[in-house]
Design a protein. Sequence first.
Length: 718
Amino acid sequence: MSASHRFLHRFAALLSSAALAFGLSCASAIPAFADATAPCQLTDDQREAYEADGTLDQRLAHAEELGHDRPSKELIAQARRRESAVSPQENSVPSNWAGGMPTEGEAHVIALYVDFPAGENEPAYTFEEGDTLEALDALIDGGSGTFPYEDLASYYYRSSYGALEISGDAYAYTAQHPRSYYEGYAYDADNGLFVEALRALDESIDYTDYDGDQDGYIDAVYLHFAGLNYGWMSMWWSQEFKVERDDLSFDGVGLSNCVMLHNPSNDPAGYSTIIHETGHALGLPDYYNATVQTQYGAWPTGIIGSDIMMDNVGDHNGFSKWLLGWLDEDQVTCVAASSEGIDVTRGEKTLDHIEPAEDGASEVTLDLGRFVTDAAEDTGGIIVVSNAGEGIFSDYYVLQYDGFSGNQSLYVNEDGGDQNRLPSGFRMYRVRAELNAEGTDFMFTNIAGQVNSQLIELVDPDMEVEHLQGSGTVTCHASSGEYGCLLTTGTEVTPDTFPSTNFYESPALGYTGVGVRVDACEQDVGTVTISHTGKTLPDLPDFTVSLDEGEALYNTGSLHLTANYATRATYRTDPVLLVDGERIPVVVRVNREHIEVDYRFDAALIGPDSTCELLLPAGTFVVGITEDGEEVPSAEIRIPLPAGAVADVESAGTYSIERGAGAARLASDVVELEDGRRAVFHVLFGGMEAVVTSSDGSEIARAFPSKAWRSLRLMPRR
């Protein structure tokens, strides 16, 4: 082996160590300042900055602490009470709901406009020009923003179909301490900023005026702070949290929902942000996926489209409004389609029953009015499609008929204009709303979920095309500029299409037998046919997995394989690589039928003549579901692997890597090679670079792999 071969294989063996250090060695507490008008969700630029400064894990942990991955327990209890009542869609807040913003009736809120005095080595923080107390007050009910986000009150009056009326007032306050003082107490109720401000303003405010539903708690308190924000999920960032302290009282009412606001009140982002955070105060979760968005903004992600709880765009969806109680019983049409036929109901009324035909199939055709209209209190409601009609806390599909009006006055690209208005069509959501054993929480979430296995996601006909995030009045759309997120005339979604009506997007795991066909899309009404195949389980071949063409094994990287139908991993086994008899643990990830196996091991273990195999033990995958709902595990699978274009390695080693003071990238110590040569390794966002110098310090070689640093592999030059 040549010296250059030895060096390059040494480099390959060390890449994984550097990648590990890149994720763990940067523990800087220095905040990463963000754009003042950044959206509520994590952006790609923020993710890269937080990975670099070592704060990403801390921010993700804080997101989990806030509990915005699931609807609040209070909202779940409220919906359960409606479902068990005589009238399932009765809009009533349960008597045991301890605090929280009301979802209907009157809500009176307080907005605090807080600046900070100077401290030792710390400047005073005041607001920028235009970001005034009056501008903050206008966010609530002043009507000064851009439609449909002109103010909080108008937006929620339309979204709730007139069920919720919000009003409020803004008050100025100068904090007692410099801003950094409050970082040590964060959300501590005794020493925190909310309680300090409310106590100081007690003489000028009658807090009982801000308990609109008279439940003994202020409906919501917003705090707009002066100074820079520290980025996603820092203390100085827009977020909602709940204070649970029965001993805190202001004029006899308690503190419950608290909201931090970082965007300027005179900026369009200020309006959409307060609307989003109020969604949390009402009990709704985030519909974006924080986990995926820390992996280079992969698409599809989250709810797979625009929603006020996803990208701060447009209205709340039909599932959210059903959960909030904004849809009455005669506005929710339930279709239970199974091998026994189809039942159509609204509330306790049966509208139709269709017996199966001779081949077992059945179908029904329904009209659905516009979900949002220009008349604030009008809605055509939703259609809920399932196999069994088990109510809101089960698995089903939601259909709403969308179009340009009300809070959905959106455009399909940045050009705007009448020709780019949101077209009329059906928006179809897959919902996984099962509750835990205690009945207090949902089993699935979006923030920590996966596409095809989360609380709610759009069944998007063009979901495999890269999309651009929505912003303002521009909805999420394909990067090509085309808009295909709605089901329009002639579109079908069945167990055999993609996307399909199968849960997990797998006929083996979530077969429903349901079909949805759009027959007509008029301006105000759409027509849809819902069918069932008559089968309870699909006919499937034996499960197999094969290695993708061109794949080979190196000492670090990813293998790509394909199953003959969609599956999912159980994470209950220990898959391994076998390299000349040596067992090497691997990580298996599954996306429908696509399987990715990540691995990393000492380069000295593999050579061009090595015998390599992937062993997937029995039970690695779920390959079917029985009629009784039991999982069918996969059998043991062994896949021979070709060794990559590797050479024998004489020696290998590791090195440490860390960020130097003020350095823009991570760099290793100098690594001594042979013949007086030296190397320095740099970890960059795009990969890793090695620079080799001679004994006198002059550069003689530079290598920069094109793969992302998470899956680097380096082959020798011949």
